[in-house]
Write a protein that binds this ligand. Structure first.
Ligand code: HEC
Ligand code: HEC
Length: 215
């Protein structure tokens, strides 16, 4: 008994010093492994965040392009053109973003682009609700941080989680329209967002997988 006491003490000391890992056989190796693992996880999280933020930069470059942001206004009306000027004919938002009875969006905007007249078209053409505005009251585009925070706020974004946002970018016809926006009334092709639709979807997927980090 006397002899075993120091041994027990030593074991206890190892247990205390090593914590839970030292209970396992091959304690030292086990502990080193788990330390390495948590270091690897930490580096991964940093890489993830950096990758996620880089992906967000790409997503942001599309969201803030006129083809998208002209419908995500803070005002009572849609915008037109690359200079985001007020929509002609005093077209207004109306109660559901679909215009007012006398001047509904869908009176002019059909299911597809009418290139002969220059009226763009897409399924269920209407303005994004005010909670989904990506501009301030003066028409200044939200910063990378502001827009990111608005986009992930489920009280503003139509209660969309990460999967729903990714699905929206992948499938929504009005998103698709922005990549095939037809020609304007001046007969010139409308300019395109800086990424292809496929690249937008990939960038959104990376951002989502990184946990939707905001700068
Ligand atoms: C013709 C108008 C129109 C255009 C153009 C448009 N959107 Fe939207 N957007 C909407 C409407 C309307 C909604 C609300 C949809 C709903 O409630 O189902 C919306 C919602 C969204 C949302 C939901 C989350 C949020 O907070 O805004 C995202 C994301 C989005 N649009 C991305 C885009 C992107 C990306 C483009 C361009 C590639 C684009 N939109 C172009 C009308 C438009
Ligand atoms: C009287 C017909 C008419 C009505 C009503 C109308 N629009 Fe338009 N809209 C047009 C025409 C025509 C153009 C193209 C103008 C051009 O190419 O310069 C246009 C262009 C746009 C554009 C610009 C696309 C771009 O990126 O440059 C948006 C966005 C838009 N309309 C949204 C709406 C919304 C939302 C409504 C309803 C609230 C609406 N419009 C109602 C005729 C109409």
């Amino acid at each position: 008994m006397r002899r075993s006491k120091p041994v027990l003490k030593a074991v206890a000391a190892v247990l205390l010093a090593g914590g839970i890992c030292s209970i396992a056989i091959g304690a030292v190796a086990g502990c080193q492994n788990s330390t390495n693992k948590s270091k690897a996880v930490a580096t991964n999280t940093n890489t993830n965040r950096a990758d996620g933020l880089a992906a967000w930069d790409q997503v942001y470059s599309v969201l803030t392009h006129p083809r998208c942001i002209n419908c995500h206004t803070a005002t009572n009306f849609p915008q037109q053109g690359d200079d985001r000027h007020r929509h002609f004919a005093n077209v207004v938002r109306g109660p559901e973003g679909k215009g007012v009875a006398a001047l509904q969006c869908m009176t002019c905007h059909q299911e597809s682009n009418a290139d002969s007249t220059g009226v763009p078209g897409g399924h269920n053409w209407h303005l994004a609700p005010l909670s989904m505005r990506w501009q301030d009251d003066n028409g200044n585009i939200f910063s990378k941080t502001q827009l990111c925070q608005a986009l992930i706020d489920r009280s503003k974004n139509g209660n969309m989680d990460a999967a729903a946002l990714l699905k929206h970018h992948t499938e929504e016809p009005l998103v698709h329209w922005a990549f095939a926006p037809g020609v304007g009334i001046d007969g010139k092709a409308r300019t395109l967002p800086p990424l292809t639709h496929q690249q937008l979807v990939e960038a959104t997927r990376k951002w989502v997988e990184a946990g939707m980090p905001c700068p």
